[in-house]
Design a protein around this ligand. Sequence first.
Ligand code: NAD
Length: 245
Amino acid sequence: MAFFAGKVALVTGAGSGIGRATACAFAAAGALVTLADIAREAAEETAAIITQSGGTSLAIRADTSLAEDAAAAVARTVGAYGRLDIAFNNAGISGGRPGQDDFDEARYDRVMAVNAKGVWLGMKYQIPEMRRRGGAIVNMGSIAGLTGVGAFAYTASKHAVIGMTKAAATRYAGENIRINAICPGAVDTPMLARATAGVVAPPPGTTGPVAAAEDIAAAVLWLCSDQARFITGHPLVVDGGILAS
Ligand code: NAD
């Protein structure tokens, strides 16, 4: 079931939660994976897990909100593996719970810098490399990118991700580069545990089931596979039915 043998993937926020699960899934499916995270040790822990499972990866420290780090993540990937086929722009922060500091300017700026600008910077450096032979990008949205349930800055950042995903998909549809967004509901990760004070439950303002990080990873791999070759510009909701209620 090595769907990605010979492919090269870059995953941001690969040191924890959804990013770690997705990086491990890509490696298990045969891809060579660059693990980018602002926390170097966390990325190295993911690399150790992949090595133990017989996979191949490269752990690097990168703050995705910085242009030089976004550029270096692509350059180091191409330097190590010769190409870039897949990017999962996953790194993100919650910035706090809804209602807390919704009008805090520093929080707004940092959440937008990581969640929205970080995705834009990722695509800025990934797309020129993918124009050589095509590729697939998945950007991390959220159901907070489709509704108004979250904190102000977080909700704004995820709406921005979905908007720029559609714009980029439209621009590059003719160049064999597919660009989609994934929109989880509640996922059992350290971020959700922080947002819900350690109780694994849907975020405040939502009800419904909680996914495992592996559920999101499976959807990301499918979006990046040839099975999804005609899907681009799509915000794929993976929420166990939260938005349907
Ligand atoms: P997490 O906190 O477990 O993992 C996030 C990882 O991103 C961490 O390793 C962290 O060090 C890294 N990171 C943070 N800022 C970074 C930066 N500037 N540059 C590089 N790396 C950075 O969180 P998670 O739940 O796995 O979240 C991953 C993504 O999924 C986020 O974008 C989040 O908004 C989104 N999301 C999560 C949920 C959920 O319920 N957990 C739901 C919807 C969307």
